[in-house]
Ligand binder design. Structure first.
Ligand SMILES: [Zn+2]
Length: 269
């Protein structure tokens, strides 16, 4: 990072105010914080402060964005980059929060060349070089061990978009093998889709079968929310995620509990 950016961030941290009560209450809600070393927890707090300084989080549809909401979104976004860098969230500034599901409108042209306008209820959405949009009602379902975390999901898409259209292939670190990532994720994705098609009751949200990009985002949710489950189901995917996120959440929380995930469908991007 450039000297100036480092200097600016150290000034932000020096002058920052993050209500200690709000911070304590927020981290108490999220099991992915469990087992973090004091130095890691402090790094998460600093990233949260910098995130709140550099991003603009505001409400829509009558949503009042209180401090608790801002900090909750920031801390979940920042667990992804705990051992990366805030620059992984570069190129955009806006987070929009709706009180509940919001309606996304888009147009597509079908095979016959006819244009359609679609309105679809969403719980979260990420735009390339644009905002992250979240439903607060759905964001509050996180941290219950079910693997569901719409905030982590959308910010994982942001990481995936660092090298273009989301495709489940974020920019890998030096030393990671592209062929290994691709082979591991393709095999797991195919297996997952086969199970969804076969009507298996899955412990990971079947929305992951939607596309390789959604598979990466849903696996990232589960990696932080119920890591032991991901490690048990797809150990090679788990290993690749530990290399990418530079974290081993299953080692932090232990592998005692393998909770059941929600398996109902959910309409979100
Ligand atoms: Zn998605």
């Amino acid at each position: 990072m450039a000297w100036f950016a480092r200097w600016r961030r150290s000034r932000v941290l020096k002058n920052a105010e993050l209500d200690p009560e709000v911070w304590r209450a927020t981290i108490a809600r999220y099991p992915f914080v469990t087992g973090l070393e004091p130095a890691e927890l402090e790094r998460l707090r600093e990233l949260t402060i910098l995130f709140l300084h550099e991003k603009s989080i505001h409400g829509a549809g009558g949503m009042a964005v209180r401090d608790e909401v801002r900090v909750a979104i920031a801390v979940q976004a920042c667990i992804l980059i705990l051992n990366l860098d805030l620059d992984y969230f570069r190129g955009w500034v806006e987070v929009i929060v709706y009180p509940d599901e919001f309606v996304a409108e888009y147009e597509y042209v079908d095979e016959a060349g006819v244009s359609h306008r679609v309105e679809e209820p969403m719980t979260g959405e990420s735009w390339e070089r644009g905002p992250v949009i979240l439903s607060w009602a759905d964001a509050q379902q996180a941290g219950r061990g079910s693997g569901y975390n719409v905030v982590i999901h959308e910010f994982a898409h942001k990481l995936d978009m660092l090298n273009g259209e989301p495709n489940g292939f974020p920019p890998l670190h030096t030393g990671m093998q592209r062929t290994q990532w691709a082979g591991t994720f393709s095999a797991a994705y195919e297996d997952f889709c086969r199970k969804v098609d076969g009507g298996y009751e899955l412990e990971i949200d079947e929305y992951a079968a939607e596309s390789p990009a959604e598979f990466f985002a849903v696996m990232s949710e589960a990696f932080f929310e119920c890591p032991a489950l991901v490690r048990a189901l797809y150990p090679d995917v788990y290993t690749q995620l530990t290399l990418f996120y530079r974290q081993d959440p299953a080692a932090r929380v232990g592998s005692a509990a393998i909770p059941r995930a929600r398996d109902e469908a959910r309409p979100f991007a």
